[in-house]
Design a binder for this molecule. Structure first.
Ligand code: NAI
Ligand code: MG
Length: 489
């Protein structure tokens, strides 16, 4: 077990590490990106482009096309045409081959994808390299395998594709969310119009290049870029059969209203306010590492981030000290540096949201702790932040912050912590840290969350379903269950 001295040493040495920047040599970013419609890159009807920047230094990376209603209609009719004429008729075995090809090509260009993901979105290169890109490839591999086995996924039933899927994704896991959306849709015989988030379109456009090179029939996947208006045009297009959305609960509600009364199906993966619960019998060092990973991983830009920590009273002081010690060792800074733990906040707007909540927390009487250190002058950065003396009713403990901000509260009994953990409008994920299997089973049954991790956190596998309860949305992505959102009978 590290003593205070060894941690201090680690802190000093970690802050003194020489820079280890990832090379940019594998990467070509074009000056301008067009829309990917019907297998071709096309200029937008609007003739408008917007900047995408690197949030780590605020420098412009490229120009991205803005799709208007005409472009959206074009993309939807390309998808429809391909669906009717080619894709829905193609045997699953053949569809699967294309999906495998995409998976392999992502693997071949993993380095390029990782670097672009980090440049455009601000997440540490270690994360895009070791998590986002391999997980995206795995997702395509996994669903490629289902394409010719749908009769086993739905025994004694005849699963039929829905048609054209409109898919809208956020900026926190840009390539991975594209994979989560596209792979199951194609495996089940649907065609797709996907819109990435406006701050992080580059890896989706890189994926479009792969899809073209993989020789997919034109129109199977269309990728259109733009902001909320483009997304709304896609949602409201009459020829869309299914909406798959990941993003804020606010926009999720707008989408739900927009499709009410239509035959459009939807899966919505929205916000979260996960409880991470440490019992006194837990392996505390392991738990602290999991808590750190659960909230500071990806700058807290994670819908399932473990943003509310509940610690059993008897170990509260020990856990708090261990957390603070560990926070002192975290390296915040250049996301392209392989040593960096916490990279850049995705946008200026998101940084303002986080600062707003930090202020609200202090005004409400919570006590703030941030490790020592200096943030880079350019770019959007936030120190890992911890709040103690938080009341259950504080906005800090109720609302999604989507940043590296953790609240800590204490509890005495199982029933008390279950009630506190469930006292939120959200229900996406939770974590339980204890030595006792019986406690794990008791809590996993009673916590109203789509995913409950035990003695670990933020672990993903393409074969495991993911999704929420309550205001965290509905429908599941990943696993066998992830196929259900794309078929009818
Ligand atoms: P957002 O929900 O506005 O954006 C997500 C996607 O929806 C983007 O592609 C955006 O262009 C699109 N969009 C925006 N308005 C739309 C509309 N009316 N119709 C259709 N599509 C629309 O999220 P935003 O503003 O980037 O972040 C705000 C908050 O949302 C964050 O602070 C965080 O709390 C939460 N969020 C949750 C995510 C999750 O994974 N559950 C991901 C991103 C944000
Ligand atoms: Mg960007």
């Amino acid at each position: 077990m590290p003593t205070k001295n060894t941690i201090k040493l680690k802190f000093e040495s970690s802050r003194n590490l020489s820079p280890a920047p990832e090379s940019l040599s594998a990467v070509k970013i074009k000056e301008r990106y067009e829309l990917f419609i019907n297998g071709k890159f096309e200029e937008p009807h609007s003739k408008k482009y917007f900047d995408t920047i690197n949030p780590a230094n605020e420098k412009k990376l490229s120009l991205i096309a803005e799709a208007d209603n005409t472009d959206v209609s074009k993309a939807v009719s390309a998808a429809r045409n391909c669906y009717e004429k080619t894709w829905k008729k193609m045997p699953g075995k053949e569809r699967g081959k294309y999906i495998y090809r995409i998976a392999r090509m992502i693997q071949e260009r993993a380095r390029e994808f990782a670097v672009i993901e980090t440049l455009d979105g601000g997440k540490p290169i270690r994360e895009s390299r070791d998590f986002d890109v391999p997980a995206a490839a795995n997702h395509f591999f996994y669903y490629a395998g289902w394409a010719d086995k749908l009769q086993y996924a739905f025994p004694n039933r005849q699963p039929l594709p829905l048609g054209v899927a409109g898919q809208i994704i956020p900026w926190n896991f840009p390539l991975l969310m594209a994979a989560w959306k596209i792979a199951p849709a194609l495996a089940t015989g649907n065609t797709v119009v996907l819109k990435p988030a406006e701050t992080t379109s580059l890896t989706a456009l890189k994926l479009a290049e792969i899809i073209r090179e993989a020789d997919l029939p034109p129109g199977v996947v269309n990728i259109i870029t733009g902001a909320g208006e483009t997304g709304a045009a896609l949602v409201n297009h009459p020829d869309i059969n299914k909406i798959a959305f990941t993003g804020s609960t606010h926009v999720g509600k707008i989408i739900q209203k927009a499709i009410a009364g239509t035959s459009k199906k939807a899966t919505l993966e929205l916000g979260g306010k996960a409880a991470n619960i440490i019992f006194e019998d837990a392996a505390l060092d392991q738990a602290v590492e999991g808590i750190i990973n659960g909230i500071y991983f990806n700058q807290g830009h994670v819908c399932c981030a473990g943003s509310r920590l509940f610690v059993q009273e008897s170990v509260y002081k020990t856990v708090l000290q261990k957390l603070k010690d560990r926070m002192e060792t975290l390296i915040v800074g250049d996301p392209m540096d392989k040593n960096t733990d916490i990279g850049a906040i995705n946008s200026k707007e998101q940084l303002q949201v986080i600062h707003k909540y930090i202020k609200i927390g202090q005004q409400d009487g919570a006590e703030i702790y941030q490790p020592a250190g200096i943030l880079p002058k350019k770019g959007f950065y936030c120190m890992p932040t911890l709040f103690t003396k938080v009341a259950q009713s504080n906005r800090l403990a109720q609302e999604e912050i989507f940043g590296p901000v953790l609240t800590i509260q204490t509890f005495r009994t199982d029933d008390e912590v279950i009630e506190k953990a469930n006292n939120t409008p959200f229900g996406l994920s939770a974590g339980v840290w204890t030595d006792k299997g019986s406690k794990i089973f008791n809590l996993t049954r009673k916590l109203r969350a789509g995913v409950v991790w035990a003695n670990t956190y933020n672990k993903f596998d393409p074969s495991s379903p993911f999704g929420g309860y309550k205001e965290s949305g509905y429908g599941r992505e990943g696993g066998l269950q992830g196929l259900e959102g794309y078929v009818g009978f």
